[in-house]
Write a protein of this length. Sequence first.
Length: 105
Amino acid sequence: MTIELHDFDGEHSLTLNAGGLAADGAVAAAGHEPNGYFWEGLVQFAWPDIAEALDFDSEADMFCAVGSPSGLARLEAALGSVITSPEAVRDIIARAEASGFAFDD
């Protein structure tokens, strides 16, 4: 599991390969597919202030956010602690479902 920051020709992105994460079991147990689209939804729900400043280009096997270096650094800090914690993911999923949020996974 690695979160990677990239800078290609002035465009900054953060990627995460979906699958093989410590939190995947918690995602699947909640009835979701632990793919890039799920993680995109989780980011949009859990950290809307960070997400609104980013663009997303996720795929089934990869989460991808594009934005400023400072926005991506904030996302990296927030997401880094969650992808390794099944408990944190279960909590976010429960709060999202209670609020009526629909994951697009």
